[in-house]
Design a binder for this molecule. Sequence first.
Ligand code: ADP
Ligand code: MG
Length: 243
Amino acid sequence: MTTAIEVQGLNKYFGSYHALRNIDFHVESGERVVICGPSGSGKSTLIRCLNQLERHDAGEIRVSGILLGDNVRNLDAIRREAGMVFQHFNLFPHLTVLENCALPQILSRKTPRPEAENCARQYLDRVRILDQAEKFPGQLSGGQQQRVAIARALCMEPRIMLFDEPTSALDPEMIHEVLDTMVELAEGGMTMLVVTHEMGFARQVADRVVYMEAGEIVEIAPPDRFFDAPADERSQRFLSKLV
Ligand code: ADP
Ligand code: MG
């Protein structure tokens, strides 16, 4: 197994605020890792540093062995390796669902349009939303839009998928359809790093759970151990508030 994501000694500041403190962790190829922790603990900042949506100040980040730094070619390569899905879908409102999925391939990979549209249809089918292909995002429910966002990311054929709270902007009745899509992706062997508060998903899918607080990794453990016998009192406190 190769290491999909490797982070060593990662530190990140926003001005004088120390947002990430000496973060060390890794995700193996084919592994599913869930990051949880209270709001403001640095989960989004961490995941956004992995493809340089935020620049880190110190430490080393490698994605599929590629070092993330000032080398633009490396950054492009890393962004191809790792697809990302955000809390707020980030679809283009003026483009159809099909076009949202096809256009990134055409623009960044120079894929010929018919091939890009075929690929888009294939992944829209995979997230069970092909029947909505000609609609605009605003005509879809939140859960449907998020599945389109997942299909769009998959169209770029990433080896790793990063999710930042993909269900936390959704109405409760739509959460399960997005989680089901993510479970299927996991069952297909995708390497996944998922920030989520959905502890049922973490229990079902995660190989390991990373618990963060105040910019630090407090604990990394397999889900059974994390949920049933968390080692750190900060994790215990977090989990006791969930029930
Ligand atoms: P989480 O995703 O765990 O809720 P974030 O990574 O979004 O936490 O934020 C971690 C901390 O960094 C918070 O205190 C937040 O206010 C701060 N922060 C995040 N982004 C910025 C930014 N662009 N500028 C200044 N502070 C930020
Ligand atoms: Mg966040």
